[in-house]
Structures are given as C-alpha cells and as structure tokens.
Design a protein around this ligand. Structure first.
Ligand code: 5AD
Ligand code: SF4
Length: 442
C-alpha cells in the first residue's frame, strides 16, 4: 500500500502527540506525507470536540473536501480523534464524505483499517477503548531545523471525573493508565535520542494508576520517582493535573525530585464556589488555595498557570468578580480562557445557557487583561536574575543567537556557541521588553 497522505490536527497536546504517532505509523508503511490536501489521496483528520467551535471547524473542513472528493474517486477520508467517538453518526450522515472513522484509542489500527477499506469499499467505524495499545509506536522527531530536546509521553488517557460541562469522559472514555515499564522503556528510548525534557501527558495525570508486570500498582508519585532516576532526563513536566487528585505524595515530589519544574498547570475553572459546585469540580476555592500554598511552602519559586471557563450557566457578576480576585491573588501566569460552550450529552447541556455572548466576551477580555499583566509581572521578576534554560536551537532571524526555555516556559535568546545545544545552562535575563520572549547573557 502506498498513499500520499495529508494529516490535519485540531485540539489538545494529546491529539498532536497522537498525530505524530500516526505519521510514524504511515511512514513505516512507505506512505508519503504531503503538505497540501490537494496533493493527497488519503486525508486523515485528527479531530477535537471539546467546544462547539472545534466541532464546527472540523465539519467545515470536511465540507470543503466535497468537490475534491468528486474529482478524485480514489480519495479516502478518515476521521480520528474525539469527534469520531462523540459524533460518529453525524459525521457519516451530514457529510456523507467520510470513509473511515477511527477512535482516539485505536489509531494503531489505521493501516489495517485503510487496507480493509480499499479491499471491501465499505465504510468503517472502529472505536475501542479498553486499552491504550497505540503507544507501542514511539514518536520520533520530524523537526529538522532544531534538535528536539523536549517531548510528550502519554502516561494515561481518559477521565472519570464527569465535570458537568465536559465531553472528555465520553470521547476519550474512562481513565486508563499505561504500564510503568512501557512508559520507562519509551522515555529511555527518547533519552537515547537527544530528549532531555519529558512532559508526561494525560487528561488527569495525577490520577495515574499503572500496574507493574508483577501485578503491583504504581501511583503517579512512584512513577515520578522512577522517571527522575533516568540520568539523561534533566527536566520533568506533566499536564494536565486535577486539583482533586493532587495528594500529599505528589506534593512531596516537589521536595524530593529537583528535576520536576517549578511550574504547574492546575486548572481552576472559576473562583466562585457556587459555580465550582455546578461544574462538579469536587473542590472549593479554599481547598484549591490550600493546595497551592502547600506546594509553595515546599517550593517558594513555583508559578502556576490555569484554565478558566467564563459564562457558565448561572455565573453572576459577583461570581465572575471572585474569579478576578483569585487571579490577582494567585498571580496566574500564561493561562487558557474559554467561553462556555454547551456540549450535547453533558450534564450542563441541560442547564439554561443564560449569559449572552457579548457578556461572555466581556468577561473573557477582562480575564485576558489580568493574565497579560501577570505575565509581565513574572517577566519583571525575572529581570537581572539567573535562570536555567535548556538550549534548543538557533534564532531564525540571526544565527548568532541561540535560544532555550526556562522552567516557566519563557523563550530566552542569548549569544553563545553552538556546542551549548542540548545543554542545561544558566542565563542572566537582561531584556524583557517583549512579553513573549526574553533576552539574556550567559
Ligand atoms: N466549554 C468551554 N470550555 C470547556 N473546557 C472543557 N469543556 C468545556 C466547555 N464545554 C475547557 C476547560 C478544560 C479545558 C481543557 O477546556 O477549561 O480545563
Ligand atoms: Fe473534563 Fe473535568 Fe475530566 Fe478535565 S477533569 S477532562 S474538565 S471531565
């Protein structure tokens, strides 16, 4: 089988990570990857359905393929990712263009599904979520310009929390953890291929509960401890954590494992206890702050980023003001803000979506303004201080500048020798005039 493949990805890091796996899989089978769908005869869409907007983007794109499909009878269109589980019937019915639907946990079966479709010319739906076998494919580097030092590794997938607004438990299914041996094997492989920073990935990483080959259980904190022993891995990140599962063992890892970065993404969603309850988040603001303070007690230089949903049903001005207060108090850094989007099948879909879009947009903008100020606040704190960066590559504009990233995800440019590539070095921050990247000296 030899095809010209165009792959398009929407959504979260896990989808991008999965897409990389799909590319690896297709390359193994001698398919050619093309950049323009008009040059392809196999189109793979790795989709997202977290908000209505993400869903619309996918359906619009599929519709755009109609005329191309008419003139290319050989063309195969395949939909993977979250939309495939959530809206499989709608995908087939509304567009009548899609040939194969493949669930997010089944991408390792893609070659077989494509082969089967070519042979029998019958539409296929393949969605299974009992295991995450797809991870036997290890991601390799496709970026030829700079050495790749940092990468994601999925440790678990799915979610059992059923927050009232969220479609993830329905699309990715229940929480499934990979075996610790498989994760370690992948990380060792990556560390022998230049990788120095690992970002452990999962919808709820701190709910990780893997099983060793001998049947013993492995918690998230145990996994962190094991990974920290891999010599070539210099930094450990993880995303996304749920405040609900963030137990003391995990908090203590900040004391015992220096390789864990002093930066944590901890979605709060709202500053109002009333709204958190309606969202079924299983914590209140007091508990959230207690958690932050416990971590800060161990690591005073910790910085936090978060997710917010604005305009959740019933969110009054006073609830919104509580969110603004929380941002001012905890000084959240770079954070994601989402306008509430009712998703079919979720609990909040049946609550009255009673805040109009103009008001939702105003709240969005107000949060954005505070977060932007916080980003500058943290940049200012960095000025004239020393930070460790992992040196990743050259500046495209001026090759005498190298760049690297700090633990708090700041890109820092500095003048240096290329033998520093791949190293963890100290720079002194000298220029913060641009919010999005900084300059420093060795
Ligand atoms: N509407 C808006 N934002 C949502 N998120 C999840 N579901 C919705 C929804 N229905 C946001 C949450 C979550 C992030 C991944 O996406 O903030 O943390
Ligand atoms: Fe969705 Fe809540 Fe699970 Fe996060 S914890 S994936 S928001 S249901």
């Amino acid at each position: 089988m030899y095809r010209k493949v165009y792959l398009k990805t929407w959504g979260c890091q896990m989808n991008h990570y999965d897409s990389n796996k799909i590319l690896n899989l297709l390359k193994i089978n001698n398919n050619l990857i093309v950049d323009n769908y008009k040059d392809s005869d196999l189109i793979i869409l790795n989709t997202c359905s977290i908000r209505k907007k993400s869903e619309n983007k996918v359906f619009n794109f599929i519709e755009k393929l109609r005329s191309f499909k008419k003139t290319n009878s050989n063309l195969i269109i395949c939909v993977c990712g979250c939309l495939s589980t959530h809206l499989k019937d709608k995908i087939f019915l509304r567009n009548n263009l899609v040939d194969i639907i493949c669930g997010p946990q089944s991408i390792h079966k893609l070659n077989k599904l494509i082969y089967k479709f070519i042979k029998y010319k019958k539409k296929i739906i393949y969605i299974k979520s009992s295991k995450i076998d797809k991870n036997y494919i290890y991601n390799k580097d496709f970026d030829n310009n700079n050495i790749k030092l940092s990468t994601y590794v999925t440790i678990m997938e799915g979610c059992n929390k059923f927050c009232s607004y969220c479609v993830v438990p329905y699309t990715r299914g229940k929480e499934i953890s990979r075996s610790p041996e498989k994760i370690i094997d992948e990380i060792c492989y990556l560390s022998n291929n230049n990788i120095r920073e690992i970002n452990l990935l999962g919808q709820n990483v701190n709910a990780y509960s893997g099983t060793f080959d001998d049947g013993n259980l492995c918690s998230f904190s145990s996994l962190l401890n094991i990974i920290s022993k891999i010599d070539k891995i210099k930094r450990i990140r993880f995303t996304t954590s749920n405040p609900y599962n963030f137990n003391n063992d995990i908090i203590n890892c900040y004391k015992n494992i220096k390789k864990i970065v002093s930066y944590l993404h901890l979605p709060v969603q709202s500053g109002s206890n009333k709204i958190l309850k309606l969202m079924r988040r299983r914590y209140n603001i007091e508990l959230y702050k207690e958690l932050i303070n416990k971590i800060l007690y161990i690591r005073p230089n910790m910085i936090f980023s978060t997710d917010f949903i604005v305009g959740f049903p019933g969110e009054k001005e006073k609830d919104f003001l509580l969110t603004l207060d929380l941002i001012n108090e905890l000084k959240f850094d770079h954070s994601y803000i989402f306008i509430y989007s009712p998703r079919p099948g979720t609990e909040s879909f049946y609550m009255k979506d009673n805040i109009d879009l103009i008001e939702k947009k105003r709240r969005f903008k107000e949060i954005k303004l505070l977060i932007d100020n916080n980003i500058i606040y943290w940049n200012k704190k960095m000025l004239n201080n020393n930070y460790k960066i992992l040196v990743e590559g050259y500046s495209k504009k001026d090759s005498k500048f190298l760049f690297g990233r700090t633990e708090n995800n700041r890109k820092v440019y500095f003048i240096g020798n290329k033998n520093l590539l791949g190293k963890l070095i100290n720079v002194n921050i000298t220029d913060i005039s641009n919010k999005n990247y900084l300059y420093g000296n060795l």
